[in-house]
Design a binder for this molecule. Structure first.
Ligand code: NDP
Length: 277
């Protein structure tokens, strides 16, 4: 019977640990404050921003919210980022993606000071991750490493296969698994023999963005399966990139959707917000 990796419970425990940490730091007069910028009113983004602010409030991290109209120009957004970069009270800056089409997200990411880049998207942090230096690490893959650690799932010497090579999930995931001494293969839409490669994996991470694509044909018996995907189905329930019911009987441990990787992403954002306290 597969172990169900309970990201919700682990995330709750981490938030409580951070709450105590923040209380201790407050006694030394040290405070964290996250600036959250949203441009436009995409409903999904509003939910994510709301959840981040709620998590900050729970832990005791300050948050300042900037809800800008959809017509905000790139220059106006850059000016706000410059102001926040220079503001000592602000210790972290997050720009909620996606941005309206007239704003270049790469330019925006590069404008945030790497020292306040709590999403870990700035090229300086990405570069530091790849050469093994201390840095802000992208929250979702960092959360997956934390789940593996807390469930005593060893990465050293393991065959790790990551499906997906995005800058925010697939690539940093591969870097972290490599840092954990795994033998890492990264697959993408041009990969040939995907099923055969996935079937080699001791640890399979699906960050492919296709609902229920990964079924038993991709999974080696006894593998650990991590499902990053999140999709709303027609019946309004959520599902992942993994066909959970099909894969679960086969694997040794699996993350559910919802309640697996998702809650860890916010928990790691909060951890990043506390990093330099
Ligand atoms: P992207 O769309 O940026 O990347 C998807 C990757 O999957 C790409 O590298 C793509 O390859 C690859 N891919 C697509 N189709 C196939 C295929 N048929 N076979 C093999 N590889 C394929 O997605 P993200 O990395 O941003 O996100 C992945 C999933 O994770 C999404 O469902 C997203 O909603 C979810 N997500 C969840 C988070 C959470 O907190 N739980 C956080 C972030 C994302 P190529 O590069 O060649 O195009």
């Amino acid at each position: 019977m597969a172990i169900l990796i309970d990201g919700k419970a682990v995330a709750a425990a981490i938030k409580d640990e951070l709450k105590s940490f923040v209380e201790e730091k407050a006694k030394e007069g040290k405070h964290a404050c996250l600036a959250v910028i949203q441009v436009g009113n995409d409903p999904a983004s509003s939910v994510y921003v709301g959840n981040k602010k709620k998590a900050c409030a729970y832990i005791g991290i300050g948050s300042e919210s900037f809800e800008l109209p959809g017509e905000t120009t790139e220059n106006e957004l850059m000016e706000l980022i410059d102001r926040l970069n220079a503001d000592d009270k602000i210790t972290g800056i997050l720009v909620q993606l996606p941005l309206p089409r007239h704003i270049d997200p790469d330019k925006v990411i590069r404008r945030i000071s790497p020292a306040k880049d709590v999403d870990g998207f700035h090229p300086m942090n990405v570069g530091a991750l790849s050469i093994g230096e201390d840095c802000f690490v992208s929250c979702t893959p960092q959360g997956i490493m934390e789940l593996l650690k807390r469930y005593d799932i060893e990465t050293e010497g393991k065959e790790c296969v990551v499906i997906g090579r995005s800058n925010i999930v697939g690539k940093p995931m591969a870097m972290l698994l490599l840092r954990g001494n795994g033998t890492v293969t990264v697959c993408h839409s041009k990969t040939r023999d995907l099923k055969e490669i996935c079937k080699r994996a001791d640890i399979l991470v699906a960050a492919v963005g296709r609902p229920k694509m990964i079924d038993h044909e991709y999974v080696k018996p006894g593998a650990v399966v991590i499902d990053v995907g999140i999709h709303r189905m027609e019946n309004s329930k959520l599902c992942g990139d993994v066909d959970f019911d099909d894969v679960m009987p086969l694997c040794s441990a699996i993350t559910p959707v919802p309640g697996g990787v998702g809650p860890m992403t916010i928990a790691m954002l909060m951890k990043n917000c506390c990093k330099n306290l």
